[in-house]
Write a protein that binds this ligand. Structure first.
Ligand SMILES: [Ca+2]
Length: 478
């Protein structure tokens, strides 16, 4: 029982006591006055907590229906208890609601995070789509360019084939014109009675070979300006240079490219002695008395190559006599012929091989190598002895193998006339042959001439294509 219960109990006891006292007083009053006297008591049950004394009113008595009974107290207690339970229930509900609110907050937070993530993913997807679209555009552009380039390549290819056909036609025309000019000249001589006896010209070698230099340069009949320095006399337009008999002059070589060491047996000997710079060296082959100068090429194929012939700018006249070809002529650091005697003495020292390096007017280099090389002595007119061909220029020299050397003044070829006369240079002619690297240095490649007197290698460029540079070199076989 709580304090309020005790208080209600005390009030109830007080009320019972006062009732009994009032009853006795009323008895005494009625006994005293003869009249019954009424008395009433009022109990106040405050709703709030009672902290002070309980006041009883002395006012008029409450009717019976307003009086607090024990049942009322019980009802109040039950009501209080019920309200307390409801309060507990509500408290529990509130607690549950609080948890739900927290969960809701968490869910809201997660929802916000999810929204951010979804937005981020959406933006990434958007960027990806844009990027892919850009890539697609680039690919489309590239495809367009490739198509354009392919079309251009096809067009150029067709153009190239067309030019090739035209070149073939022009080469044929040149050939026919040369033949026609010859026939007309002969006819003129017959008609006008000026019967100068012309030697029978050798047959022309093939004009359109297997290997046509790429991008055939312009048709030219010029001899480079440097040529004029070497040939002060008027050469005439088609006659080419006049023959000369001068031999190789002993000149003081420039200091930069000359080695004072030596003499060496050959250029391989020089490089083996530690001289690995390309330049002029003094050579003296075994069994010879007088040393001579030669150009050693050490920057090609492990070096040790002795240059025996070189053409590069037309600065030297190669239309020379026997003595000149025997002794050699030209400038060692430029165009020159080393001399049949020197070449013979070098190559008889052992087993040598030959390399012919050529460059056309589009700067393309080709070569022809022969597995062995030597010359027979002068009594055999320096007959050429060659081994097996290997290279990418075509084999135009094997047909000259076993042939003697012919110059303007010493005809050793198998043709009825003198091949050196038609080809404007000394060479190991057959009748007359597939190549002459000692001919006239024509500028521009294709040239027009009555005879094939350029620096030609028939298997590369044909008989009317004059090479720009040529080097003939020998080296002992490895
Ligand atoms: Ca002959």
């Amino acid at each position: 029982m709580g304090p309020s219960g005790w208080r209600l109990c005390a009030l109830f006891c007080a009320w019972v006591l006062s009732e009994s006292m009032g009853l006795s007083r009323r008895r005494r009053g009625s006994e005293d006055d003869g009249l019954p006297k009424k008395c009433s008591y009022t109990f106040l049950v405050p709703e709030q907590k009672i902290t002070g004394p309980i006041c009883a009113s002395r006012g008029p008595a409450l009717p019976d229906k307003d009086r607090v009974t024990r049942l009322d107290i019980v009802d109040v207690r039950e009501l209080l208890s019920k309200q307390r339970r409801e309060m507990d229930t509500l408290r529990m509900v509130v607690d549950v609601d609080g948890n739900m609110v927290s969960e809701m907050k968490l869910l809201r937070k997660e929802s916000r995070n999810m929204n951010s993530r979804v937005t981020q993913l959406y933006m990434q997807l958007l960027h990806e789509i844009i990027r892919k679209r850009d890539n697609s555009l680039e690919i489309a552009q590239l495809e367009g360019r490739i198509l354009n380039a392919t079309a251009e390549a096809l067009r150029l290819s067709a153009r190239y084939r067309e030019l090739e056909v035209r070149f073939s036609a022009l080469a044929s025309v040149v050939n026919n014109q040369s033949v026609l000019i010859g026939a007309l000249e002969e006819r003129c001589l017959q008609v006008y009675g000026s019967r100068r006896q012309e030697p029978l010209a050798p047959p022309l070698v093939q004009v359109v070979p297997e290997n046509i230099p790429v991008h055939v340069p312009r048709l030219s009949n010029e001899i480079q300006r440097d040529h004029s320095r070497s040939f002060p006399r008027d050469r005439g337009s088609r006659a080419g240079p006049e023959p000369t008999g001068s031999t190789l002059e002993a000149k003081q070589p420039p200091d930069g490219n000359f080695s004072s060491e030596g003499p060496f047996r050959d250029c391989l000997h020089a490089i083996q002695a530690g001289h690995d710079t390309s330049g002029m060296y003094l050579l003296k082959p075994d069994g010879t008395e007088r040393p001579f100068q030669a150009w050693c090429e050490h920057d090609l194929d492990n070096g040790g190559w002795t240059i025996i012939q070189r053409r590069k700018d037309g600065s030297v006249n190669f239309f020379r006599n026997w003595e000149s070809y025997k002794k050699g002529f030209g400038n060692i650091d430029s165009e020159h012929w080393l001399g049949l005697d020197n070449i013979y003495n070098l190559a008889k020292q052992g087993d040598y091989k030959l390399l012919v390096e050529m460059q056309d007017w589009m700067e393309k280099k080709v070569y022809a190598a022969y597995s062995s090389f030597h010359l027979e002595p002068e009594s055999e007119s320096y007959r050429l002895r060659l081994g097996i061909y290997q290279g990418n220029a075509g084999d135009s020299l094997t047909s000259h193998n076993g042939k003697q050397f012919t110059t303007l003044d010493r005809d050793k070829d198998t043709f009825s006339g003198n091949c050196a006369h038609f080809h404007k240079g000394g060479w190991w002619y057959n009748a007359c042959g597939q190549t002459n690297l000692n001919g006239v240095w024509y500028s521009g490649g294709v040239y027009r001439s009555k005879f094939q007197d350029g620096i030609f290698w028939a298997d590369y460029g044909g008989g009317f294509y004059s090479m720009k540079t040529v080097r003939m070199m020998i080296r002992p076989i490895d």
